[in-house]
Ligand binder design. Structure first.
Ligand code: MG
Ligand code: ZN
Length: 217
């Protein structure tokens, strides 16, 4: 009888092992690291840009950007004051622990306080691949609609923090906050959530406060 080998499980457990090694390196350097995940256009890069701009004077911030083809987002983070490393995944739809390891090799980790990883814009497989960061941050946004937690449960289940971006658009877009919140609560009760707008700056202070509370100087 032929035995089926669960290949995906093997890939994931190899990835988890590397993720643990990444986390050990990050911890040894005294860095706090977050993995930012979202669909394309939710505002990952805008959030990173605002965050780096606000914190770069106080902390040394590194940024790893995963993108399929360009370095546009890493360039924005660098312009805001981060030490930025670009990973072009060549079409791959998520970052994995191997890719983060190669990015860590290019960063001066000992001279960083905060490391922000921008994952590929995708609400599906990035949730399955641990990278070795301390916290998973998911960014949702008002124009995407209120059904995202209902449609992408594993992403919401694995999140440590939820940022709901573009709240300045609430008056112009149909978005049932209670429906969205019910979806989140069913999957991840008590999930820390920040409602904010990277455009107007409303709500950013609470997010920055959360982050600063975790960064060792
Ligand atoms: Mg981006
Ligand atoms: Zn993928």
């Amino acid at each position: 009888m032929t035995q089926t080998i669960p290949v995906i499980e093997k890939i994931l457990s190899a990835n988890d092992k590397l993720a643990q090694e990444n986390l050990a390196r990050i911890d040894a350097a005294g860095v706090f690291a977050i993995n930012i995940m979202a669909s394309p256009g939710a505002g990952k890069t805008s959030l990173i840009e605002q965050t780096v701009r606000a914190l770069a004077g106080k902390y040394r911030v590194g940024m790893v950007n995963g993108d399929i083809a360009t370095s546009l987002d890493a360039d924005r983070a660098a312009a805001a004051g981060a030490a930025a490393v670009q990973i072009n995944t060549g079409g791959n739809c998520h970052l994995d622990a191997v890719q983060l390891r190669s990015a860590l090799d290019q960063l001066d980790l000992e001279n960083l306080d905060l490391l922000i990883v921008e994952n590929i814009g995708n609400l599906i497989c990035p949730a399955e691949f641990r990278l070795g960061t301390h916290k998973n941050v998911i960014v949702a946004s008002i124009p995407e609609g209120d059904d995202k937690p209902h449609k992408y449960p594993s992403m919401y289940r694995g999140a440590d923090v939820l940022v709901l971006n573009k709240i300045d658009l609430l008056p112009y877009v149909p978005f049932r906050m209670d429906f969205f919140s019910q979806g989140v609560a069913a999957l991840n009760p008590g999930l820390t959530q920040f409602n904010l707008s990277c455009t107007t700056g409303e709500g950013l202070d609470a997010w920055l406060g959360w982050l600063e509370g975790r960064v060792r100087k």
